[in-house]
Design a protein around this ligand. Structure first.
Ligand code: BGC
Length: 384
């Protein structure tokens, strides 16, 4: 085991689940070797409060995230302990993108093509006729350069990946940098930066599936969700936005007040039928990229765990884990069935390169793509 950074500033508070939690710092260990022969590492980040997170530079995958609750810490993200589990045939067949960094384009692009400055670009069609999450392999299967750090208020790792000109069909070389910082206030702060050599669409996101009761302990249908959106973008039968922006008022998509996810998921609603639940982009209450604003809040009444999502992005894809079918078995040995976890993916809207009315995703040479998302963890002490 290579101990890279580990400044023992204080002992974390004891918890029933992790009595031997490490000191504040970042620990680096070998995680395995990819089929291409690249060795990858796993980084264990532990903050002052004893919250910890394991992340690998293979796909930037968050392997575990142990967040505090009324009765101690629990691992609140779906996934596996071993690299091979992220490379199995069963995993490839269901493509859940557990915990991974997504690029170059989070979400779908219609018929896997777009036109820019008079040129039509053809992308990998890896989701029916459409392009999903940057194609295969996307950024979720790339080996990122990793530089761990320890700062006054956080510990973390900077991941860098250079996507060559033409990769997956996209124009321009994209120099990408994603910083994961775990603050001493129990915030996971994600900072994205990218530059390009040619105009190209960019829409980076993080694809963790959360279950605040603990991964493998059941579904998220009892979790209460708030989304700060007045509208969402309805989709066609292949989950591509139709182009309309529909008010949530009076629909099962109205999460402006905290609402259990399961309360309306089986409602007779065409949009819920198409996606077998929620798998939709919510239009957040503002469109500028400069301010970090609350996008959502998720609360598990049983454990008291609460997660607040803040972002500079204009959209939030709420995916209620509809296509998890029990074929993948997670860290505690439980099969992940429908709604075993949910994703709250901060991003620009799906298919924006083909939708001029949506906020633009085009990055041009000389510009720097920047985006910030915060997942803030807290505990409500009031009993359920
Ligand atoms: C998409 C889903 C997809 C899932 C896993 C989500 O971001 O919205 O449609 O099934 O990723 O690939």
């Amino acid at each position: 085991m290579a101990l890279l950074l580990c400044a023992a500033r204080s002992e974390p508070s004891a918890s029933p689940e992790s009595p031997a939690a490490a000191s504040r710092g970042v620990e680096r260990q070998a995680f395995g070797t990819t089929p291409a022969g690249d060795s990858v590492d796993v980084f264990t980040l532990t903050n002052e409060a004893g919250m910890s997170m394991r992340v690998t530079n293979y796909g930037g995958i968050i392997l575990s995230l142990r967040a505090p609750g009324r009765d101690g810490r629990a691992d609140v993200v779906l996934g596996f302990d071993a690299l091979d589990d992220y490379r199995s045939d069963a995993y490839a067949a269901s493509s859940p993108y557990f915990g991974a960094l997504i690029g170059r384009y989070g979400n779908r692009i219609d018929e896997a093509r777009f036109s820019l400055n008079g040129t039509t670009y053809t992308l990998d069609a890896n989701n029916g006729p459409n392009h999903l999450h940057g194609g295969e392999p996307g950024f979720d299967e790339r080996v990122w350069r990793a530089d761990p750090f320890e700062r006054a208020d956080s510990v973390g790792v900077v991941l860098r990946y250079v996507s060559p000109d033409g990769e997956a069909g996209y124009p321009g070389r994209l120099d990408t940098e994603v910083t994961y910082a775990l603050t001493d206030d129990n915030e996971l702060v994600l900072d994205y930066r990218a530059t390009t050599t040619k105009a190209t669409p960019v829409n980076l996101t993080q694809h963790s599936y959360f279950n605040l009761g603990g991964e493998g302990t059941g579904t998220v249908l009892d979790h209460e969700l708030t989304i700060d959106a007045e509208a969402f973008t309805p989709v066609d039968s292949t989950l591509i936005p139709t182009g309309t922006v529909r008010p949530v008022a009076g629909t099962p998509f109205d999460f402006r007040e905290p609402t259990p996810i399961g309360a309306r998921i089986d409602a007779d609603n065409r949009q819920l039928g198409i996606a077998q639940g929620y798998d939709h982009n919510f239009v957040l209450a503002r469109q500028d990229r400069d301010t970090l604003r609350r996008a959502a809040r998720l609360y598990d009444p049983d454990s008291g765990r609460e997660m607040t999502v803040l972002t500079t992005e204009p959209g939030l894809q709420f995916y209620s884990g509809n296509f998890l079918d029990g074929s993948l078995v997670g860290k505690r040995g439980a099969a992940y069935g429908p709604h075993a976890g949910l994703a709250l993916e901060t991003q620009h809207f799906p298919d924006s390169p083909n939708r001029p009315a949506f906020p633009s995703t085009i990055l041009r040479p000389g510009e720097t793509y920047t985006s910030r998302t915060v997942y803030r963890f807290s505990v409500r002490t009031d009993p359920p």
